[in-house]
Design a protein around this ligand. Structure first.
Ligand SMILES: Cc1cc2nc3c(=O)[nH]c(=O)nc-3n(C[C@H](O)[C@H](O)[C@H](O)COP(=O)(O)OP(=O)(O)OC[C@H]3O[C@@H](n4cnc5c(N)ncnc54)[C@H](O)[C@@H]3O)c2cc1C
Length: 466
């Protein structure tokens, strides 16, 4: 790696959340020192923290994300299940109600998703990443309770980060500069990089948004009698005629998370009684019936900023030298598709691969950012293709290709619910283990376009093929 000014062979990662820890993993062996700047103090035991407000809501790790995580940090999947993460094979262990009926419950086992609360997932990944760092030639230090407040450098190159301690201490809250040859923004959905770029005298990146106007509300439960707990999670997503949905899934320690969702005009309430009443208004009564057999363990928490938002740092000239963006700081998704964490892991893997071919030569960060963008693309197309029917007029408009995607995806999703061949392809792509081109294989197109639309099953099904 080329040393630069007084930043030497040093990288700074802004944000010590999931993408931050995976950025550290991707950079091990590429730089001498990595300093992680994290605004929060990490809790002793897994617990919610202010810097990751979405952590109270249901988080599923898709098989594509699990595989990327495992490649970056071998042993993480076992560590997660050891910490209580539940393995849900799709479609067997997640009963899904589509607009036309319940999805068939094939015992397919191609895709395992992991279901666990975010604090546990983050703690396990952090432990794995810091253990890998301890065994590497790169020195990693984490500055907790320290906030990044700006960048140093000029329009052409970032040379460091301005940081400020969050809680007083001997130096008070005075700002100081950390020089670095490479800065990675992994500060999540609240990233300030566009404003920081403006302060350096360069343009903010081009931004694309598709906002379904969705809100979430989540509460934790425990089945009153484990013997009568459901044998699978339940997913009743909203659809245009009934834009209210629910997902009820098991997590660690016998607990279950219920997340309700609704688009504009149908936002789920955060009042406990109204929250329960909302479950009777979604597309199927099954979740409402299950709640009668469970006791709540938490208040209801709401969340509203669920827009698909992509900042194009990979476009020509969009990135200064010495700077990269990973995770939600670059791209956020409507959470109903469960993609964000997996995309962070796939991006970190792309980053590691890109840097393996020659380290941080001039232009290497721009090339690495393009590789990260390519890893985001399939998830982005799936999310915005599905969300267009709900998008607000202010959003970036859909081109003909995207309109065709929306039409085709709607037909494909209906067919996938009843057809094992189309269903397998659908899951491969939505679980981020195959490129979208898999949905255009001749066999899949023929079955999707020419076979008649048939309704799904009338009620929550038992496993097929046992
Ligand atoms: C309601 C909801 C539900 C979701 N469900 C799923 C799901 O089911 N599956 C899935 O894969 N994804 C899901 N996601 C997406 C997932 O939460 C994100 O993709 C993931 O957290 C991205 O990780 P990140 O590290 O980029 O950001 P974060 O996890 O948000 O971490 C950002 C970190 O940066 C720190 N930070 C921020 N600013 C600064 C600063 N200035 N200085 C220093 N530190 C800073 C924060 O304290 C935090 O630690 C969901 C998102 C939402 C909103």
């Amino acid at each position: 790696m080329a040393a630069h000014s007084d930043g030497g062979h040093t990288a700074i990662v802004i944000g010590g959340g999931l993408a931050g820890m995976l950025a550290v993993t991707a950079l091990l062996g590429r730089v001498d020192t990595i300093t992680v700047v994290e605004r929060d103090r990490y809790p002793q035991e897994p617990a919610f923290r202010k810097g990751v407000p979405q952590a109270r809501h249901l988080h599923i790790l898709l098989s594509g994300g699990e595989r990327a995580l495992e490649e970056l940090l071998p042993g993480t999947a076992a560590a997660l299940t050891g910490a209580g993460a539940r393995s849900l094979y799709l479609p067997r262990d997640l009963l899904t109600r589509t607009p036309t009926g319940w999805q068939r419950r094939f015992d397919e086992r191609r895709h395992r998703t992991l279901s666990v609360t975010r604090p546990v997932l983050d703690a396990v990944v952090r432990e794995q990443a810091l253990r890998a760092a301890a065994g590497s030639a790169t020195r990693v230090e984490v500055l907790e309770a320290t906030e990044a407040v700006g960048l140093t450098g000029d329009a052409g190159r970032v040379t460091g980060v301005r940081i400020r301690p969050r809680d007083g201490g001997p130096g008070g809250r005075a700002e100081r500069v950390l020089p670095a040859a490479l800065v990675v923004d992994a500060s999540g959905r609240g990233s300030r990089t566009p404003q920081w770029f403006t302060a350096l005298g360069r343009a903010a990146p081009q931004e694309e948004t598709v906002d379904a106007g969705l809100a979430y509300a989540t509460r934790m439960y425990r089945p009153k009698d484990p013997a009568t707990a459901p044998d699978a999670g339940v997913n009743v997503p909203g659809w245009p005629q009934c834009p209210r949905g629910a997902a009820y899934v098991p997590v660690e320690d016998g607990k279950w998370l219920l997340t309700l969702s609704g688009v504009r005009g149908h936002h789920p309430p955060t009042d406990a009684a109204e929250f329960t009443a909302f479950t009777a208004t979604i597309g199927d009564p099954y979740v409402h019936e299950l709640l009668a057999r469970a006791e709540p363990l938490s208040p209801v928490h709401g969340f509203r900023d669920t827009c698909n938002r992509r900042r194009h740092y990979e476009r020509p000239g969009a990135l200064p030298e010495g700077f990269l963006v990973l995770g939600d700081a670059g791209c956020t998704f409507n959470p109903v598709y469960g993609q964000g964490m997996s995309v962070a892991a796939l991006g970190a893997l792309a980053l590691r691969t890109a840097l393996a071919d020659g380290g941080l030569r001039p232009g290497a960060t721009a090339a690495a950012q393009r590789a990260v963008a390519r890893s985001v693309e399939p998830a982005w197309l799936a999310a915005v293709g599905s969300d267009r029917p709900y998008a607000s007029p202010a959003d970036t408009t859909a081109g003909p290709g995207e309109r065709l995607t929306t039409w085709y995806l709607d037909r494909l999703a209906a067919r996938a619910a009843i057809d094992p061949v189309v269903g397998a392809a659908f899951r491969d792509v939505f679980c981020l283990t195959a490129p979208p081109a898999r949905l255009l294989a001749p066999r899949i197109v023929l079955r999707t376009v020419f076979l008649p639309r048939r309704p799904g099953l009338p009620g929550p099904p038992a496993v097929e093929g046992r």
